[in-house]
Write a protein that binds this ligand. Structure first.
Ligand code: B12
Length: 151
């Protein structure tokens, strides 16, 4: 969704049974420092918990993290759950999204087909995600904050 009156609230969490917490802790700090209101759901978050939080907070973005190699299974039907909850937000996913991640372009296609607006690999600098959020949520960055977005 791209519009003019977009929420700067981002809902962030690690989906499924995944317990890797360090990445989203760093992302939470980076997004907060960049001025976003961050709702961090933590690890082992279900699809329904993402949807409920995004609806409750009228989130502009839902950011999913996955490290343990089961992201594709965990994200099946995710966008339908969001839609049924009335969530109208951009969706990003990032982390170690496939076992091995030999061909990230294939991985990116897989998650785009699942409905994600942007797909990030595990080498992503938080600044790149911040630049993407600013672009998608139509928030004007300062000159020194401009970072190119390739996802
Ligand atoms: C620490 C660690 C653990 C710890 C986690 C402790 C904790 N509570 O966090 C423990 C020991 C528990 C663990 C367990 C497991 N782990 Co582990 N773990 C790691 C390790 C070494 C580091 C992860 C980390 O903290 N990185 C540091 C943070 C800063 O980086 P990050 O997590 O990648 O996050 C950054 C980016 O990915 C990106 N990002 C992440 N999410 C998102 C989302 C968005 C929207 C965006 C924009 C960006 C983004 O931005 C983050 C910040 O810069 C990695 C290997 C590695 N080098 O990555 C393996 C790794 C992730 N683990 C792995 C595996 C397989 C497991 C287990 C399944 C092992 C097992 N058989 O039991 C279990 C899973 C348990 C579970 N239920 O989750 C594999 C995953 C393989 C895959 N995906 O192909 C890895 C890659 C190791 C490997 N090379 O095999 N693990």
């Amino acid at each position: 969704m791209i519009g003019n009156t977009m929420s700067q609230t981002v809902v962030l969490g690690v989906i499924g049974s995944d317990a890797h917490v360090v990445g989203i802790t760093i992302l939470e700090q980076a997004f907060s420092a960049a001025g976003f209101d961050v709702v961090n759901l933590g690890v082992q978050t279900s699809q329904e918990q993402f949807a409920e939080a995004a609806a409750d907070h009228d989130a502009g973005a839902v950011l999913v993290s996955s490290l343990y190699g089961h992201a594709e299974q965990d994200c099946q039907g995710f966008h339908q759950v969001l839609e049924e909850a009335g969530v109208d937000a951009v969706t990003y996913i990032g982390g170690n999204l496939a076992v091995g991640q030999d061909d990230f372009e294939q991985t990116r296609r897989t998650f785009r087909e699942l409905g994600f607006d942007r797909v990030f690999d595990s080498e992503t600098d938080p600044e790149e995600a911040i630049a993407a959020l600013r672009q998608d949520l139509e928030i004007t960055p300062t000159e020194s904050e401009r970072v190119s977005v390739s996802s």
